[in-house]
Each structure stands twice: as C-alpha cells, then as structure tokens.
Design a protein. Sequence first.
Length: 461
Amino acid sequence: MGRIASWVGLLAIGGICGAWAFGGFTEVLASSLLAAVAAGALSEWLLPAPGALWTGALVALGAIFVPTWMVVLPALAFEAGVGLGILATNRRTIHDSLASGTWMGSSRDTVATRLGRGTFASARSWLALVLLPAFAWLIPALSALIRYDGPWQRYALLSLLAAALAQLAGMTYARLALAEQHIWQVTDVERYRVRQLRSRISDLNEELDRATHTARLSERTRIAREIHDNVGHQLTRAIMQTQAARVLAQGKGDKDTERSFADVGQTLDTAMTTIRRSVHDLEDDGTDFAAQMLEACQGVAMADSDDVVGQLGVDLNNGILTAPAPVARCFAAIIRESLNNTARHSLARSAHVTLRDLPAFWQLVVQDDGRVQQSRATGEDAGMGKPDRPHGLPSGERPPQGVELWRGMGLANIESRARALGGTANSGPNEHGWRVFVSLPKEPWTNEDHNGYEVHEEAAL
C-alpha cells in the first residue's frame, strides 16, 4: 500500500504543478495522467516479467512529442525504479542459486540454458528489456533541455531532477520490500524449527519418563528377588534350626530351654511373614499391569509370519489400573494363550480383550469373531459356533496332527491358572464367536489374615 500511495502522490504533485505552470487543468494534462495511470497498472500486473517496464517507457517517450507530459516523468521513474529493483534482485538470486547448486525450480538445466542462450537474462536481453526502459525517462527530459529555452527548459530540468530522485526512491523501496519479505521467510523457517525442536524435546522427555519408570520397576523387582533369595532362605534355615533345637530340648526334658527356643521360633516366624509380605509388596509395586497386558496383546502380532497370527487384529480395553503381580501374570498368560488359540485354530480375523475392575472380582473376557463359516461340502455352519467340532474348523474337516481339540491343553492351562488364584475360567462358543471368561476374587488379596500370596503359593505346591 505504501508503494501505491507514493506513486499516486507523485502523480498528484505532477498534476498540480502542471496545472499551475500551464494555466489550468487542460485536456493534454489529463491525457498524460490517464496514460501514466494505465501504464502503471499494466506494469504492476506484468511484474516481475522483464518486459514490464516498457509500458511506462512508452508513455515517457511520448513526452518528446508532447512536452506537457513531462509532469508525469517522476511517477513513471518511480515505477521504473521499483521494477528495476525487483528484476535485479530476481536475476541475482537465480545466478546465485545456479552457482551454489541450490536452485529449486522445475529444471535447473533449462534455466541455465535460457540464461546462456540470452532468452531473458543475458547481457543483451537485460539491456533491451530492463535497462533501456528503466531509464527511458531521461530521453524526453534531456531532449527538452536541449530543444527549449526559458520556462520550458526550467520545467525540463525540474522534471529531470525529480525523476532521478523518484527512481532512486523506487529502487530503495523495492529492495526494502524484498528484504522485509526475506526476513519474514527466515522468521517462519526459524519458528518451524523451534516448533520441531519443542516437539522433539517433548518426545524425549516422555521417553525419559517411561525409561525412568521402567528402571524404577525393574529395580524394585530386583530388590524383592534379592531379599527372597538371600534373607528369606537364611530365615528359613534359622527357623528349621530353632525347631530342631526345640525338639532336642524337649527330648532332654529341659522345659526352660524348650520355651526359649519356642519364643525364638515364634519371633522368626513373625519376621518371615513380615519379610514375605514386604517382598510381595515390592513385587506388586514393580509390576506395570497395563504394560503387561499390552505386551501380551501385541505379542500375538509378532508371531511367525508364516502363520495366520499376523492377520488377527486385537482390541484391548483395560479397566484395571493395578493388580497384584500374580494376577497380572495370570491374566497376561491367559491372554496370550487365548489369542494364540484364536489365531492358530480358528478363522477369526479380530479379537477383543476386556479387563474389568469390579468391587469383588477382576474379570477378563477374550472374545473373537470366528462366528460362522460355511463348509463347501455340506453347507453347515462351522467354526466357533459348533461345540461338537474342533475350534474354528469347517464341518467335515479334521485338524492337522498335533493341533489341540475341543478341550486341549491350552484351555486346561487357562482353567488351572485361574483355579490357582481361587478363580474360575469358562471357555466356549457364543453367538458372536468364541469367548474366554476368567474371574479372580479380590478377597484373598485384601484379607490380611488370609493373604492371597499364600493361596497362590499353596496352589503352586
């Protein structure tokens, strides 16, 4: 807007000076202003084409035949200066880009050929298309200085000086505008880089937090293992030695010694129970329940690519924030077993794993979509919905040798894992496909008198 305002201001000043010098606003003066406006608009539209400056140059050359048109020479010179500054900067940018190998145009070789051939940027074309029209206003001004005397000569000299200053101002304005545009481009690039760096820093911070959390959990698990393997075994040895000494004292009839060893044994039993609970608490704190469930689901997709396991899509909906370590291991093992059975022995393409945290139970449901498959031979329903056939196989077909049948080892393992923690497991078809339902009670883990780890350890024995 500042450039257009300056150009309009120069036209207005020229019109006022012309009206004062020539005794009024004549038709010739009006025609010069209209011609200058048309030339400026056309030049503005054609820039940055190299021949755009010729529109103003033709109007300037008209002042040779119509001296009154000298009043618009400053405005035409200003527009020529702006165009010269833009074209000079573009030409220098292209040459620098070609020389440094950073030209990003459609064809570097094509541009270089055009520059060498002189289509628009060689020395000859630059002289004809840019320099001559840029300084065309000098011809009518110098011609008037030579041809006329008196007032007309003074008017020509004034127009020459004003046009020279206007062209210098136009070139300066063009370069400032291009410099401002370059600054904005550099600023945008720097802002983009800053955003990228901030995003990268945020990702690194999140990764650091995850690594720190994982290291903390691993360290807690290691401490629990060390206490269990070292202090626990030593306490067990001390308890057995105390009981043996008590039996010997009882055999000798030494009541005082027997009572002393009984008290020591009771103290050691209490210490053993406390240490066991502390170890279990550390193990629970070192268990990332959500990570274990996610790893169990993702592990199916990382199976052998020759199997159909990689084609199974798994959707996890985890509503349990935390649970004891044995419960987490139990659910993770059941999820892996269920998904492997679904992927290897059925025609299902997706499975949904749902974990629920209820007031008295933890529940796990693994549901796949291996619902209905038609047999080519009989046309009967096959797969998940037929309890009298192997899991997911079409009617009339037998499973490959070694594949588990209806109640195979996989389902037996699922049920045994659930029973080991006092829970139940049910597996079978429904209207949606095949479902594995596991429910584990919370009561053994919340009752201090009957600790769930003791139930787990007794079941393991």
